[in-house]
Design a protein around this ligand. Structure first.
Ligand code: IDP
Ligand code: MG
Length: 138
């Protein structure tokens, strides 16, 4: 069974979308095995998004993800890494397919409400950044 890291980003929390977004993950059939609200420490944000450190939007991305509380989840299920990416939709809501989370809830590439790990290796790395092993249910 695979696990992936999902973040309900500060824009989602600010807009009160937590319940709806978690509902969509559960309705898909996935199991939430860890969940916490947190203000992401700056140094964890730098590590989480380290692949983007050369990008022109990196500073703003780190500022946004640390700007307010987010919800971090470990989501479990068959093929969950790929399937979460598909129910989230493309990074840019303008390009996200209708019916995906980003198409339904977001209008800007920066404030796109949700994060999901992009590979099994990323998922392992990101889960370890956000959760201690004992915080994840089995
Ligand atoms: P992903 O979240 O779909 O995996 P990535 O390319 O990994 O997309 O980018 C990480 C995050 O950085 C995006 O979710 C979005 O919040 C932000 N981002 C990506 N591209 C841009 C951009 O061109 N301008 C501003 N923010 C961006
Ligand atoms: Mg990514």
């Amino acid at each position: 069974m695979e696990q992936t890291l999902v973040l309900l980003k500060p824009d989602a929390i600010e807009r009160g979308l937590c319940g709806q977004l978690i509902g969509r993950i559960e309705r898909k059939g996935f199991r939430i095995v860890a969940l916490k609200m947190m203000l992401l420490p700056h140094e964890v944000a730098l590590k989480h998004y380290s692949e983007h450190r050369e990008k022109d939007f990196f500073t703003e991305l780190v500022a946004f993800i640390t700007s307010g509380p987010l919800a971090a989840l470990v989501v479990e299920g068959d093929n969950v890494v790929q399937l979460m990416r598909s129910i989230m939709g493309a990074t840019d809501p303008a390009k996200a397919a209708p019916g995906t989370i980003r198409s339904d809830y977001a209008t800007s590439v920066r404030y796109n409400v949700i994060h999901g790990s992009d590979s099994l290796d990323s998922a392992k790395r990101e889960i370890a950044l956000f959760f201690k092993p004992e915080e994840i249910c089995h």
